[in-house]
Design a protein around this ligand. Sequence first.
Ligand code: FE
Ligand code: FE
Ligand code: MG
Length: 163
Amino acid sequence: MGTKGREIVGVNVEELLKLMNKAYADEWLAYYQYWVGAKVASGRMRGIVAKELEQHAEEELKHAGMLVERMIQLGGAPLLTPQDILKETNCGYDAPKDPCTKALLAQNIKGEQCAIATYKKLFDFVKGKDPITEKIILEILEDEVEHEEDLEAMLTDMKSPVA
Ligand code: FE
Ligand code: FE
Ligand code: MG
């Protein structure tokens, strides 16, 4: 990043990069959890649920890309190994061992709730101090809120007597 671009970042960059890399780790694990969940999904509304999980997987991968581009701009580097991803994650990884759609939805809702909490924290960290990162984090946060809502709505449909 250029001199002036660096100058306007009013937070501790090392600390910010650490938080961003932790969110980056979460995104990769969320991506894989959704991606593999879509493959193994079985039971009620399987087709619709799998399609939604696939779409969310794509969006989590996009988030990882948004984070990494900004981290590099800030002079950082992304985590380079799956071991580091597992070490640094906030939200962890819930293996979709029960492939029934209801169980998958419940697991992924939990993941989204953790993501929302993570990005709210990151947003508060940069708010008013680093407008570029703030915008990126806000965009991701908007997506995570939408993800949670989509999954909760599906789970509600599934619980209603006629779906
Ligand atoms: Fe995400
Ligand atoms: Fe999400
Ligand atoms: Mg969706």
